[in-house]
Ligand binder design. Structure first.
Ligand SMILES: [Zn+2]
Length: 272
């Protein structure tokens, strides 16, 4: 196919009255560009003038600068980068769904099934340290842990409607501190907390009381325990496939950098 003008930069092809004649790059070199450049970027042909110009600011004409803008997803549509953005959002959603499923499993099925011991029975397989913090303050509560956001909003509502009876608040505080630490034990795959202790202290002069609970999560094999297998099976393959798709796109561009393009061009043309 013959062109009067370069399909990429529109420069005139052939002899010119002034300056050197311009020509299209060879079919052989075009094939190399075709192997390198993404299908949503490549033009039907390129001329020597726009291929050998490395001025980075000519992002509407020379190949090098255009490709730079394309990689930055600027001026030109880059379907792979667009796809990656969609995938990253999908990954966030998938991670959130998995976390939600874990929370629901803990709250609905096993939350109440964790047993707490102040001593350490010897048939318990120890898993790890668990703790929770809670501040009681005239009907408003907060905690140092992030795990309980859904639970906390419920407690805030409960406390707001229960007035500010401090004895009641405190005893409910201990009860909630236990629930929080049970939740943490469930997250660790445990059904028991041993060596459990509460302590509390008044925070300096502002009427707030800190409740601190601690213990060691463990597994009592004689009782049912929380099982995340189904959640892992349902969610992990989805997460893995999204991650793989993202990696494929990253790998694709990892071998097609701007520097790689320059090397390719310089292998064909000696550019002054
Ligand atoms: Zn051109």
């Amino acid at each position: 196919m013959s062109y009067k003008n370069c399909p990429n930069c529109n420069a005139k092809i052939g002899k010119s009255l002034m300056g050197k004649p311009n020509e299209l790059v060879s079919e052989e070199f075009y094939q190399k560009l075709k192997d390198f450049l993404p299908d949503d970027f490549i033009e039907e042909a390129y001329c020597v003038k726009c291929v050998t110009d490395f001025n980075i600011n000519l992002e509407r004409s020379n190949l090098y600068s255009k490709y730079n803008s394309f990689l930055l997803n600027r001026l030109y549509v880059n379907k792979r980068i667009d796809k990656k953005k969609v995938l990253i959002k999908e990954l966030d959603v998938a991670v959130e769904k998995r976390e939600q499923a874990i929370k629901e499993l803990i709250e609905l099925k096993f939350f109440k099934d964790v047993k707490i011991y102040s001593n350490t029975p010897n048939n318990i397989e120890l898993v790890g340290y668990v703790e929770s913090f809670l501040v009681v303050n005239c009907g408003m509560w907060s905690t140092a842990s992030d795990n309980f956001n859904p639970l906390l909003s419920v407690i805030h509502d409960q406390m707001a409607s229960s007035g500010s009876n401090s004895d009641k608040l405190l005893s409910e505080g201990f009860s909630k501190a236990k629930d929080f630490i049970k939740y943490d034990a469930c997250l660790k795959g445990a059904n028991t907390i041993v060596d459990f202790k509460h302590s509390f202290s008044e925070l300096a002069g502002n009427g707030k009381i800190l409740i601190y609970s601690q213990g060691t999560a463990g597994i009592d094999k004689d009782r049912a325990n929380i099982d995340f297998t189904e959640i892992e099976e349902n969610h992990n393959s989805k997460l893995e496939s999204i991650k793989n798709e993202i990696k494929e796109i990253e790998d694709y561009f990892a071998s097609r950098t701007l520097a790689d393009l320059k090397t390719l061009i310089e292998s064909e043309f000696s550019v002054a």
